[in-house]
Design a protein around this ligand. Structure first.
Ligand code: KG4
Ligand code: ZN
Length: 343
């Protein structure tokens, strides 16, 4: 019955979770509101707030799980990818805790953890499955052959889907993070009100920078004609943007699933919280007779439960790292040597 403490601090959520024998008993997430005023995450501020939040978050996670810190068997932490200063806080905390309690350390890739969130609870996909991982920094189609045997078969060549959501919301004058606000406003809008282009990119890759520019010009031109254009049409703009981003994502996902002949289809990452995308994938899977896996909301955006569950599976494999481990701002899926640096 391994008891794993999971730590996540790659961006602007400080999170701690306790996983006992593959079951998540707590998942405490401290959001950082300080970035709202800046229209995006300010790395230096994020690191400082992580430093303030990490100990209370872990204490609360232990309390909620009713687990004593002496009962923990291993500490799993996000090693990368992410903001280096933010990662350093989580990695240093994990190392200090492990050193004090003489525990093994487990390094986790944040993007793999988003996918492994599907192993929380009873509705688990079977290998091999395909996962569309859409977050603020990444957009990937991943062929998942085993818990830690994953191949990226498509990814964005420029902006991520979440970035496109956040930048659109900024153009519309909405605060950061914009994704949830686009979602909220889209619910009362007409998704077919405005048409934005669908880029033609080779293979299973994506591009969102052209769409973002098209949205920018569309808003600019319309505001020039009518200064109240945004206020009068906010719901329709959000619904149309959301629909275009969802169709770009799902058209590639559909092709990948068909060409690989895979019927278990999963969605992961922060943008998987999006109502329009969730509905569109549910409908696509129903049409095709595919099994659809969409995470609960609390496991979509950044959280330590996904780190703890990934840690559970690595613990079972006996894969640990030493105290010399360093965070990685960029981190490929393959195992990394301890002294990787920030390349
Ligand atoms: O996975 P995540 O929490 O952090 C990263 O690893 O980047 O993803 C954050 C992204 C942000 O771009 C945010 O705007 C987007 O997920 N997001 C959403 C929604 N909730 C979060 N985008 C659209 N609709 C949502 N409901
Ligand atoms: Zn994430």
């Amino acid at each position: 019955m391994p008891v794993i403490l999971g730590i996540e601090s790659s961006c602007d959520e400080t999170s701690a979770s306790v996983c006992v024998d593959g079951e998540i008993l707590s998942n405490v997430i401290a959001n950082q509101t300080i970035h709202e005023a800046y229209g995006g995450v300010v790395p230096e501020l994020a690191s400082r707030v992580h430093q303030q939040n990490i100990v209370p978050a872990v204490q609360q996670a232990l309390l909620n799980a009713k687990v004593n810190k002496n009962d923990i068997d291993a500490v799993a932490f996000t090693r990368g990818p992410g903001l280096l200063g933010s990662l350093l806080v989580g990695v240093s905390f994990a190392k200090a805790f492990a050193l004090a309690k003489n525990l093994p350390l487990i390094d986790i890739n944040h993007m793999q953890a988003h996918i492994l969130a599907h192993f929380i609870g009873d509705h688990k996909p079977t290998f091999p499955f395909i996962c569309l991982t859409v977050s603020g920094g990444h957009t990937q189609i991943v062929l998942v052959k085993d818990h830690f045997d994953m191949e990226i078969i498509g990814q964005t060549l420029d902006d991520a889907a979440g970035e496109a959501m956040d930048k659109t919301s900024k153009i519309l004058g909405l605060p950061y993070p914009g994704g949830p606000l686009i979602d909220k406003n889209a619910r009362s809008g007409n998704p077919d009100a405005y048409k934005f282009p669908e880029p033609q990119i080779h293979g299973y890759n994506f591009s969102f920078s052209g769409v973002k520019t098209a949205i920018l010009y569309f808003i600019r031109d319309n505001v020039a004609k009518n200064p109240n254009f945004i206020e009068e049409n906010l719901a329709d703009i959000c619904a149309s943007v959301e629909k275009r981003i969802a169709t770009i994502l799902l058209n590639k996902l559909k092709r990948a699933a068909e060409e690989y002949g895979i019927k278990d289809i999963a969605l992961a990452g922060g943008v998987s919280a999006n109502t329009g995308l969730r509905e569109a994938l549910t409908n696509l899977c129903a049409d095709k007779g595919w099994n659809c896996f969409i995470p609960k909301f609390e496991y979509c955006t950044d959280n330590a439960a996904m780190i703890a569950i990934a840690g559970h599976y690595k613990y079972l494999k006996g894969e640990f790292v030493g105290q010399e481990v360093a965070p990685l701002a960029r981190m490929p899926f393959a195992p990394q040597p301890p002294e990787g640096g920030a390349g």
